[in-house]
Structures are given as structure tokens and as C-alpha cells.
Design a protein around this ligand. Structure first.
Ligand SMILES: [Fe+2]
Ligand SMILES: [Fe+2]
Length: 198
């Protein structure tokens, strides 16, 4: 089990009202778990990575719910909104971090990570690499697969094959690639068993 610092707990508490959309509370909790896991073997600063993962999606709160599905996933058609959730998120994150007395140097680094967490494919730092990977690992978690299958209206077998295929291309750290491989094996077994039992 990981230990979250009291200051990061306070940040999460302040972020929570912004995360009550797009299933972002559960998404953030699961991504947080992966971030701690990655920090065990990848080089990164917990004081940057953890607030960045807790706050990375707060900007979705400013995007109307009926438009959110046009700004992520396989039916992405509105990149302007994808970018808006990043820039609005960076702005909200700055306010929350300033309220908690975070240093301006750290706030700047966290803002930069949030500003391009989905649209910037290359990482700007080791911390950014961990945040990007923890964010994507959620899609391989049991809950993440169940939620995405429903919202993208996809068949488990083809969706899981797709997730397996993109591992090498999506993940930036060796540890995340290994975790994704393990998770996809588990998901394939679970969905095979549930299709037999139906
Ligand atoms: Fe995002
Ligand atoms: Fe995310």
C-alpha cells in the first residue's frame, strides 16, 4: 500500500469537486495507484508526480458533459476541447496548489505537465513520463476497461486486442509497459471466463 503525504491529501480534497464528471474521481484514484507503483522503480519526484496526477483532469469540469466524448477516445473530433481541458486544468491546478502553499517552482513544473498531458506525445521530463504512463495505465485496469467498453460501445475481444497492440507505442517507461502487459493478460482471462459463463 502506498502512503500519500498530508499535503497531497489536501490537494486531492480540493480537486475532488472538479473531478465529479466523466468518472474522473475513480479514474484519478486508479491513476494515482499506478503513479505510486511507477515511482518505486522509475526516476521521479513524488512532489511533482503526485499533485500532477491528482490534478491533471480537473479541467474536464469546464467542458460540457455532452461534448466530452468528442474530446477523447476513439471518436475524438474536437481537439480544441481536448486542449481546453488541459489549459483549464493547468489554471485550476495553479489555484489549488497556491492555496496549499506549494512553491512557485514546483507549480510551474506541474502546470507544464498538465498543459500537455494528453496532446503532447513526448515527455518533457522524467516526472512527465510517469504522469503520462500512470494516466494511460488506468485504461488497462479492471474498472477502466469496464467503463471504456461501455462509453465507447466496443466489443471486449477487439478492444483488448487493440489495447495490447498499442502498448509499445503508448508507454514511455519500461515499468509501465510491463504493468500494461500483466494487466491485459488478466483482463483477457476475465473477459474469456465471463463470455463462457454467459
Ligand atoms: Fe486528460
Ligand atoms: Fe486522465
Amino acid at each position: 500500500m502506498f502512503q500519500i503525504k498530508p499535503i497531497h491529501q489536501k490537494i486531492f480534497k480540493n480537486a475532488r469537486p472538479y473531478l465529479r464528471t466523466r468518472k474522473n474521481l475513480i479514474h484519478t484514484r486508479i491513476a494515482l495507484r499506478y503513479a505510486f507503483k511507477l515511482l518505486e522503480s522509475e526516476q521521479g519526484d513524488e512532489d511533482i508526480v503526485i499533485p500532477a496526477i491528482l490534478l491533471h483532469d480537473v479541467g474536464w469540469n469546464t467542458i460540457p458533459e455532452k461534448l466530452q466524448l468528442t474530446a477523447f477516445g476513439p471518436n475524438l473530433s474536437n481537439l480544441r476541447l481536448t486542449k481546453a481541458h488541459e489549459s483549464e486544468g493547468a489554471r485550476i491546478a495553479e489555484t489549488i496548489l497556491t492555496q496549499q502553499g506549494y512553491s512557485s517552482e514546483k507549480i510551474k513544473k506541474i502546470r507544464q505537465i498538465i498543459r500537455g498531458h494528453d496532446t503532447r506525445k513526448k515527455a518533457i521530463s522524467g516526472d512527465d513520463r510517469i504522469v503520462k504512463d500512470a494516466d494511460k495505465l488506468w485504461r488497462y485496469s479492471r474498472k477502466g476497461v469496464a467503463i471504456d467498453l461501455e462509453r465507447f460501445n466496443m466489443q471486449p475481444s477487439s478492444y483488448l486486442d487493440y489495447l495490447e497492440k498499442v502498448i509499445a507505442q503508448w508507454f514511455l517507461t519500461k515499468t509501465a509497459r510491463e504493468i500494461a502487459q500483466k494487466e491485459i493478460k488478466k483482463r483477457k482471462t476475465e473477459y474469456r471466463i465471463s463470455s463462457i459463463c454467459q
